[in-house]
Design a protein around this ligand. Structure first.
Ligand SMILES: Cc1cc2nc3c(=O)[nH]c(=O)nc-3n(C[C@H](O)[C@H](O)[C@H](O)COP(=O)(O)O)c2cc1C
Length: 257
């Protein structure tokens, strides 16, 4: 173990998600801003939180309607994520400048960003002033998920959504290869995982007995819980290209094994 340095009492919890929050005020004006202080706070009922400085335009909009949407951006959207976090909505029309396709919310009036593979609709339950930021605790009332990320069991494959994280002032791509799976450390039988995970374990010289290769591609099927919209159908056809290239990668990997 390396020697530890006593560090000042600042929040160095890293990495964290970085998301785009969309909102709409009572006059119908829409806004988007970047948030890194967000997190899951409850499973049942499903709840999440965002921390927002009162001077933000988004603070005003969200407090007025008590609604917002959390949009998960892809790595291709990183520049837009940064831009929406450094330009105030009072001076800039960020939605127009970033050329975002805004879709009407299903369960709330706040819109969601179609370019984001996952969007989560929220209704604010309480606002707790903390200091620099106010904590907005919200119920999750619905979500929109790119159908190509779902398998036939309804599992969402976030690892294939090309998401990003934020770490101490910098943006990073999420790794596609899992290091393990929930509960694998105590599993009696080997848990099926991607072959990449096995090779990472080998690289790290850790236990490979609990991990066996996944020999087949996961079957992709549209999930019944997912309400398909015209927009998502359009996205599906463009995603097919991406899907095919993914298949090619997989078969190349198999051949080289
Ligand atoms: C990576 C990143 C993360 C941010 N996280 C937050 C946050 O969690 N809460 C917050 O109030 N502002 C956060 N900001 C700053 C706001 O996004 C920024 O001030 C934005 O311009 C406010 O927009 P608005 O005035 O249009 O609402 C973040 C900025 C960046 C670049």
């Amino acid at each position: 173990m390396n020697e530890k340095v006593d560090f000042k009492g600042s929040v160095i919890l890293n990495p964290v998600p970085v998301v785009l929050i969309t909102s709409k005020n009572k006059e119908g004006k829409e806004n988007v801003f970047t948030v890194a202080w967000t997190g899951t706070v409850c499973t049942k009922p499903p709840m999440l939180s965002i921390s927002v400085r009162p001077e933000r335009l988004s603070y005003e909009y969200i407090k007025e309607t008590m609604e917002f949407t959390v949009n998960l951006p892809t790595s291709k959207m990183t520049k837009a994520v940064d831009y929406c976090g450094v330009r105030p909505g009072r001076k800039f029309d960020k939605i127009q400048e970033m050329n975002f396709t805004m879709k009407e919310g299903t369960n709330i009036n706040a819109p969601y960003i179609d370019e984001c593979p996952i969007s989560i609709e929220c209704k604010v339950k309480s606002i707790i002033p903390l200091g620099t930021h106010d904590l907005f605790i919200a119920d999750v009332v619905g979500s929109h998920v790119d159908s190509t990320l779902m398998d036939e069991k309804g599992k969402i494959h976030f690892e294939e959504a090309d998401l990003i994280t934020y770490c101490h002032g910098e943006y990073f791509k999420m790794d596609k290869h899992p290091l393990g799976k929930f509960g694998y450390s105590i599993a009696k039988k080997p848990i099926a995982m991607k072959d990449s995970a096995k090779s990472i374990e080998k690289e790290n010289n850790t236990d490979t007995t609990k991990v066996k290769d996944l020999s087949k591609d996961r079957p992709r099927k549209k999930n019944n819980n997912y309400k398909s919209s015209n927009a998502s159908k359009k996205r599906n056809s463009s995603n097919n290209k991406h899907k095919n290239s993914r298949k090619n990668t997989t078969s190349t990997r198999r051949k080289t094994k």
